[in-house]
Write a protein of this length. Structure first.
Length: 314
C-alpha cells in the first residue's frame, strides 16, 4: 500500500518543487493543496485539493486518511512587506499552522514537516548553529521571527504527547524554479533576476548591497526533506538547512548579470526598504546526523534558475 502524503501549499514555490519530486516516486500517493490559484502544468500524478487552511473544516478534510504532512503553505513575501506590513507574516500563518499541527495529532499522522526560517538568528560573522538563537530578534524581524519560534515550539509540544514525528527546518534563502519573480513579493534572488532580465541599461538595487545572504538551490532542500522522512528517529528535530556561506547582495547582482550575458549598470538606492542583516548557517547537524550537504553551487544554481526563467517567465 502506498504512503499517502499531502503537501500543503503545492501551488507555491517550495511546495510545488517537493510535490513534483515526490510524485515521481512509486511508493507514494501524493496530494497537494492550493488556496485561490490552481497550479497549471503540474504533474498529473499530484491529486490537487482546494482548501483554505485557516478554516478548521478544510484542514480536517485534507488531513484525514493521510500518513505524512509537509506544511509548505504560508503567507510569504520579500523585505518590502516585512518592513512596511510586518503583520502579513504573523496572523494567518499562526492560524493555519496551529490547525494543521492539531489535526495531525488528532489523526495520528506519522510525520509532519514544517518549514521555519532563519529570521530569529542573531547577526553573526560566523555560521550560526541551531543553539545560537539567543532570544534577541532584530526589530525588522520581530513579528515573523517570534511567530516562527512559537510554531517550532508547537511542533515540539505535540511531539511530546503523540506518536507523530515533527521536523522544523530552519532553511536559508531558497531559490530556483517556481519561485516568485514579481518585485513586490519576491525574495532577493527572484527579484534581482526579474530586474536584470527586464532591464535595458541599468537596474536599481534596494540598499547599499552590503548585506549578505545564505542561498540554497531548491533541489537541495527537497533532497533534505526526502532524507528526513526516511531517517528521522527522534520525535522532534530542529535543523539548519542552507548553503553554509553567505554572498553579499552586491556580489549576487553581479553574478546574475554575468549569467544573463547582458550589459547592465548597477545603481544602489539606500532610500528603499531593506534589512541590514547578514547571515550564514552552520550545517554541522544536517551533515552529521543525516549525511546531507548541498550539491548545487551558487553559480550553477543561478544558471539553472535563469534558464528556467527564460523558458517559463520571459
Amino acid at each position: 500500500m502506498k504512503t499517502k502524503i499531502v503537501i500543503c501549499g503545492a501551488s507555491g514555490f517550495i511546495g510545488r518543487n517537493i510535490a513534483e519530486k515526490l510524485a515521481e516516486r512509486g511508493d507514494l500517493e501524493v496530494f497537494g493543496t492550493y488556496f485561490k490559484n490552481k497550479p497549471t502544468r503540474i504533474s498529473k500524478k499530484i491529486k490537487l485539493i482546494q482548501a483554505d487552511l485557516t478554516k478548521i473544516k478544510d484542514v480536517e478534510r485534507i488531513v484525514a486518511g493521510k500518513d505524512i504532512i509537509i506544511q509548505a503553505a504560508a503567507v510569504t513575501s520579500g523585505s518590502k512587506d516585512i518592513v512596511t506590513k510586518p503583520y502579513m507574516h504573523v496572523t494567518d500563518n499562526v492560524v493555519m499552522n496551529s490547525l494543521i499541527f492539531r489535526a495531525a495529532f488528532e489523526n495520528n499522522i506519522h510525520h509532519v514537516v514544517f518549514f521555519s526560517c532563519t529570521v530569529m538568528y542573531p547577526n553573526l560573522d560566523i555560521p550560526v548553529k541551531e543553539e545560537d538563537f539567543n532570544y534577541q530578534i532584530t526589530d525588522k524581524y520581530f513579528g515573523v521571527g517570534w511567530t516562527k519560534v512559537y510554531l517550532e515550539k508547537m511542533c515540539e509540544f505535540f511531539s511530546k504527547m503523540s506518536n507523530t514525528k515533527y521536523t522544523a527546518i530552519r532553511h536559508s534563502n531558497i531559490y530556483g524554479p517556481f519561485d516568485k519573480y514579481d518585485l513586490d513579493h519576491s525574495h532577493v534572488l527572484g527579484a534581482t533576476i526579474t530586474k536584470v532580465m527586464t532591464a535595458k541599461e541599468k537596474i536599481v538595487v534596494w540598499g547599499d548591497g552590503s548585506e549578505a545572504r545564505d542561498l540554497l538551490y531548491v533541489s537541495d532542500l527537497v533532497d533534505f526533506v526526502e532524507l528526513i522522512l526516511s531517517h528521522q528517529k527522534t520525535p522532534f528535530e530542529l535543523v539548519n538547512v542552507g548553503f553554509g556561506s553567505a554572498v553579499s547582495v552586491a556580489s549576487l547582482v553581479k553574478k546574475i548579470i554575468e549569467g544573463s550575458g547582458k550589459k547592465i549598470k548597477i545603481e544602489f538606492d539606500i532610500s528603499k526598504p531593506t534589512i541590514k542583516f547578514s547571515l550564514s548557517l552552520n550545517l554541522g547537524k544536517a551533515k552529521e546526523v543525516y549525511n546531507w550537504k548541498p550539491k548545487v553551487s551558487l553559480d550553477k544554481g543561478i544558471r539553472k534558475t535563469l534558464a528556467w526563467y527564460t523558458k517559463n517567465i520571459s
